[in-house]
Design a protein around this ligand. Structure first.
Ligand code: DSN
Length: 425
């Protein structure tokens, strides 16, 4: 099996164990439907940059101001990545060095708040991220974290409560953006509240960055003082992150990333980001963004028609949160059965969940990866049918196996693409 993978040729010569595992992971990804809302498939061009000689280079500092010599290529690559990100998002300043999403958020805290300051973010079980002030994260241990909820009835962000909490606690930072929220984020509404109480507004657009870049979700600019994002979700780049911000906080942000919280940037990742941003600047990527949302809407409608309870009753973006109590089961049981059938997602808390975070009521699904794979609205209808059948036959190995067979056929008919640009071949 491994002989097919040229990219493993040197690993094969010296490490059979890791070769086998990578080859099997490639097979797993090829032969399953990826509905994890935060995952995607990168192009081979992005993969090439990630596996390049840039991994051998140290580059503490910023272009033109490095501590080590030998930076002519790294400086150029980092500058190109920054310029492309500015073009994609209309940002005044960009730092592409954060190692991933949580470090990027930590860096924003370091730059714009002091330990002990009050900060406000969306509660994790209501859709926010750990780093937005949830109790087990540094963000609640080092800061006085206030958490805002969604409405119990609609599951939409409870702006009355956001205003009330902001007025009462006068936070230094307000975080908006989410990890499990299927509706558009109203950045301008958050900015009004932040302005009223003198807070800085930080938008974490990790999930929706690709949709923002494609113009199918509102932009966090000019409303936000800082914007963080990972680059590997809807944006379809390598695992990494960046911080975009207004010029007035740029120096603080750069100093927080280096030297305060990080050492050498991961130059191979920076190059891969630059390649991914070039892909995201194409008209094809705009089309991709549109199809991601279109697929999610169709999938949501089909699931609703089959009696699934959807948090907020649908979706505006790539993500759907299903409350599996509507089918008398739990998120974990459902996600496990789906994996047996070859459809991979994650169990997820739903707002006001009565179950525990490791055994929650919901599953979270998303259409970024399936859309990259070329699946369209008819495939979404098929997927909804399989998800329904799985929920009705959770313990029936035969049903799960027969769906697995159909999933394999769908995967074979829709291979993971090598490239998203026309090479004129
Ligand atoms: N792990 C990411 C997600 O799945 O949304 C958030 O950090």
């Amino acid at each position: 099996m491994a002989a097919e993978y040229d990219n493993l040729r040197y690993i094969k010569l010296q490490d059979a164990e890791i070769t086998e595992l990578i080859a099997d992971e490639e097979k797993r990804q090829r032969e399953s439907i990826r509905l994890i809302a935060s995952e995607n498939y990168v192009s081979k061009a992005v993969m090439d940059a990630t596996g390049s000689v840039l991994t051998n280079k140290y580059s503490e500092g910023y272009a033109g101001k490095r501590y080590y010599l030998g930076q002519r290529n790294v400086d150029a690559i980092e500058t190109i990545a920054i310029e492309r990100a500015k073009q994609l998002f209309g940002a005044e300043h960009v730092n592409v060095q954060p190692y991933s999403g949580s470090p990027a958020n930590l860096e924003v805290y370091y730059a714009l708040a002091n330990p002990g300051d009050t900060i406000m973010g969306m509660s994790l079980p209501h859709g926010g991220h750990l780093t937005h002030g949830w109790k087990v994260s540094f963000s609640a241990n080092y800061y006085n974290a206030v958490q805002y909820p969604v409405c119990e009835k609609t599951h939409l962000i409870d702006f009355d409560k956001v205003v009330e909490l902001a007025r009462e606690y006068k936070p230094k930072l307000i975080w908006c953006g989410a990890s499990a929220y299927p509706r558009e984020i109203d950045f301008s509404r958050f900015a009004e509240i932040a302005n009223e109480v003198g807070a800085k507004l930080v938008a974490d657009i990790a999930h929706i960055a690709g949709l923002v870049a494609a113009g199918v979700h509102k932009s966090p600019f000019p409303f936000s003082d800082a914007v963080t994002t990972t680059t590997h979700k809807s944006l379809r780049g390598p695992r990494g992150a960046m911080i975009m911000c207004k010029e007035e906080v740029a120096k603080k942000i750069d100093k927080a990333v280096f030297p305060a919280l990080q050492g050498g940037p991961h130059n191979h990742t920076t190059a891969a980001m630059a390649v991914a941003f070039k892909e995201a600047l194409t008209p094809d990527f705009k089309e991709y963004g549109k199809r991601v949302v279109e697929n999610a809407k169709v999938l949501a409608e089909e699931l609703l028609a089959k009696g699934f309870g959807l948090v907020t009753g649908g979706t505006d973006n790539h993500l759907i949160l299903i409350d599996m109590t509507s089918k008398n089961t739990s998120g974990k049981i459902m996600a496990t059965a789906m994996e047996t059938a070859g459809i991979v997602c994650n169990a997820n808390s739903v707002p006001f969940d009565k179950r525990k975070p490791f055994d929650p009521s919901g599953i979270r699904i998303g259409t970024c990866a399936t859309t990259t794979r070329g699946l369209g609205v008819n495939d979404m209808k098929k997927l909804a049918g399989w998800i329904d059948k799985i929920s009705e036959s959770i313990d029936d190995e035969n049903v799960l196996k027969s769906i697995r067979k159909e999933v394999l056929e769908m995967c074979a008919a829709n291979p993971i693409p090598d490239s998203f640009v026309n090479h004129g071949e």
